[in-house]
Design a protein around this ligand. Structure first.
Ligand code: AMP
Length: 541
């Protein structure tokens, strides 16, 4: 027998409709790409999203079509979140830090039909527009007519002009809650970037999860500033959750430096910040240099890379703001675990609190975690055994977009590529990473691409790239090279060869020469051994 509850699908459009009906006056504030601060409300965002949806319908956008964005955290991006997904089309948020080759790859792979871009990224849009064969039908500059960029793009449309021509009369369509809603590519695996397709159901469930008190606790009482980009896993789901709970939302646009963020926090009375450690390192350095305090901020959510103890201490002791350390992945929507204190931690000395807070936290209800050994046998949850971390749940990807089979999915579990311990209460601590990638400033660098580029350098016999801890960027790449016999290759020569062959921020911070690389039983280079060998290495930059 089925229950007799209304069978209403969990759709993203219901979040913006709810925001309009029940907290229409709550503010949405943006530092615009054009410069000034723009003040709006959830009510206006809802109306503008419907006008944009009407424009998209005229542009021929239909259920399942892909609409791409290359954009900062702004109100126009927020409108696209609701308009595109609300129609049953798929919002493909592109990371503007991708190399031009990767950018073209993801647009082709996704078969994007329209590309909306912030004027900051006009050059990227032009690269895409200049390609002879493409699925892209047109480009839209996310600005108003007065700021239309001078561009070679034929038939370039302008976001606000599209809206001005439309009415806000639209009834959001109803469809299956498992319909795809958005798409985000991750470079956090080897090979080409892989697409993760979120659904309406996964997005709404994840939104509920991040509003729970013992998770990120997003609330109507908060003024929320997500510094985490809207192109990176939907800004950790914050825009959806804020619409749901009616939190004032403050969007930083392109102003991610310490000074701009401080100004916004002070002017808008921000209480809740979310972002990666690199952003916070800049903010803390700015506050220290100005002798300022984060007056209104009550909590800072830190994730995307391990959160350093000094950062936790600086926020909690120096600025009286609670740090919530969280772990997640593009494949997990992203939040999987959150570190919040439990009753048994009451009265704990600060040194112990700090060592607890360095852990990645406990799973949110909805996701399940386990650790396994190399053979896939589950390991004990004793806080000591360390193994391959696997996760499952309704907001965890079951595979990658347009990819048959997967070496990351086993018996209904997703293998994260992180190595971790779990204790009896589910507290997870990452101890290492088995996936062959480097995460610098919250963004991925492919060690394989770096190695392939190095191998093409005359005089390089073999090479291995791996990440080493860095005080500012959390991790920076190091390249270890074995010279071809009889050559006198120098680090400068390798560096000059690599420059221009990859984005500048991918270039290794150090190049060292070795006699041979450590090789494991299956013939793979043992990156872990290399990381151990170079532990404590001090980069000169
Ligand atoms: P992404 O898919 O780009 O969000 O990256 C996900 C990966 O970032 C994870 O698999 C981890 O390797 C890393 N990561 C995310 N959050 C944390 C954290 N709190 N501590 C350590 N590593 C993290």
């Amino acid at each position: 027998m089925f229950g007799q509850m209304m069978d209403q699908p969990l759709l993203i459009s219901s979040q913006i409709s709810f925001a309009e009906r029940f907290h229409a006056d709550v503010e949405v504030v943006t530092r615009t790409v054009e410069g000034p601060i723009h003040r709006s409300t959830w009510g206006e965002v809802a109306r503008r999203s419907r006008r944009l949806a009407n424009a998209l319908l005229k542009m021929g956008v239909r259920e399942g079509d892909r609409v791409a964005t290359i954009a900062w955290n702004t109100q126009r991006h927020l409108e696209l979140y609701f308009a595109v997904s609300g129609l049953g089309a798929i919002l493909h948020t592109i990371n503007p830090r991708l190399s031009p080759e990767q950018l073209a790859y993801v647009v082709d792979h996704a078969a994007d039909e329209w590309v909306f871009f912030d004027t900051t990224f006009v050059k990227l849009a032009e690269i895409l527009a200049a390609r002879p064969k493409s699925t892209v039908r047109g480009f839209v500059a996310m600005t108003d007519e007065a700021h239309r960029p001078a561009s070679s793009i034929e038939g370039l449309l302008v976001h606000d002009t599209l809206l001005e021509a439309e009415s806000d009369a639209l009834v959001w369509p109803t469809f299956d809650e498992r319909t795809a809603s958005s798409l985000c590519y991750t470079s956090g695996t080897s090979g080409h970037p892989k697409g993760v397709v979120y659904s309406h159901r996964s997005t709404v469930l994840h939104s509920y999860a991040v509003t729970m008190t013992d998770t990120l606790a997003l609330s109507a009482a908060d003024v929320t500033l997500p510094v985490v980009p809207m192109f990176h896993v939907n800004a950790w789901g914050v825009p959806y959750a804020c619409a749901m709970v009616g939190s004032k939302l403050v969007l930083p646009g392109p102003g991610l430096d310490g000074k701009s963020l401080t100004e916004l926090v002070e002017a808008e009375g921000v209480t809740s910040l979310l972002g990666v450690p690199t952003v916070w390192a800049n903010l803390l350095a700015h506050l220290a240099s100005e002798g300022k305090k984060l007056g209104t901020v009550k909590k800072v959510v830190i994730g995307g890379s391990a959160c350093p103890g000094t950062m936790i201490e600086a926020f909690e002791k120096g600025h009286n703001a609670r740090v919530i350390h969280a772990w997640g992945m593009t494949e997990t929507s992203p939040v999987g675990t959150v570190n919040v204190m439990l009753p048994e931690h009451e009265g704990m000395p600060w040194s112990e609190v700090l060592s607890y807070k360095l852990k990645q936290g406990r799973p949110m209800y909805g996701v399940d975690l386990r650790i396994v050994d190399d053979e896939g046998t589950e390991l004990p949850r004793d806080g000591k055994a360390s193994g391959h971390l696997q996760i499952r749940g309704p907001w965890v990807a079951s595979g990658y977009f347009r990819q048959e089979g997967s070496d990351t999915h086993h018996d209904g579990w997703f293998a994260t590529g992180d190595i971790a311990t779990l204790d009896a209460r589910g507290t997870m601590q990452i101890t290492d990473r088995s996936k062959d990638v480097i995460k610098s400033g919250g963004e991925w660098i492919s060690s394989i691409d770096l190695e392939n580029a190095a191998l093409a350098c005359p005089g390089v016999q073999t090479a291995a790239a791996f990440g080493l801890p860095h005080p500012k960027w959390q991790e920076r790449p190091m390249l270890v090279v074995v010279r071809a016999p009889g050559t006198e290759l120098t680090a400068n020569e390798v560096m000059s060869f690599l420059a221009g062959r990859m984005p500048r921020w991918w270039l290794p911070d150090a190049i060292e020469f070795v006699e041979a690389l450590p090789i494991g039983p299956t013939g793979k280079v043992l990156k872990r051994t290399l990381r151990e060998r170079f532990a404590g290495y001090v980069f000169s930059t």
